[in-house]
Design a protein around this ligand. Structure first.
Ligand code: 5GP
Ligand code: ZN
Length: 114
């Protein structure tokens, strides 16, 4: 499959990996928008949350367990989890991923843009 994050998971493209287990990989974003900008992805390919059926939903809890570990290490002062979905959500890479942003006071965005 021609998927950038599957290639990073397979080791075909280098990733700056910060956490790995049998189900999940976390790596630094190539174009960070905060001092810490980590992408957490399942090793199994799902395009977005719409692609994760009810039986597979445990992976989403597992991803948040991993975010808990990462944030405890690097983001005690707060952080933001972002999961962009589909065209209107601004999703560019079509392999579900959770951005973890931390390390500065993060600006607000859509919340204030009516
Ligand atoms: P999206 O816009 O799909 O939510 O986020 C995709 C993210 O992937 C962007 O923040 C972008 O900087 C990051 N990205 C794109 N290509 C690469 C890459 O080759 N390596 C890494 N580590 N991140 C990438
Ligand atoms: Zn993929």
């Amino acid at each position: 499959m021609d998927c950038l994050f599957c290639k990073i998971i397979a080791g075909e493209i280098p990733g700056d990996i910060v956490y790995e287990d049998d189900k999940v990989l976390a790596f630094n974003d190539i174009n960070p928008v905060a001092p810490y900008h980590i992408l957490v992805v399942p090793k199994k390919h799902y395009e977005s949350i719409l692609d994760v059926n009810a039986e597979d939903m445990d992976i989403i809890a597992h991803i948040h367990k991993v975010i808990n570990i990462i944030a405890n290490e690097k983001a005690q002062n707060g952080f933001r989890i972002i999961n962009n979905c589909g065209a209107d959500g601004g999703q560019e890479v079509k392999h579900i991923h959770f951005h973890v942003l931390a390390g500065k006071k993060l600006p607000m965005y859509e919340k204030d843009a009516k």
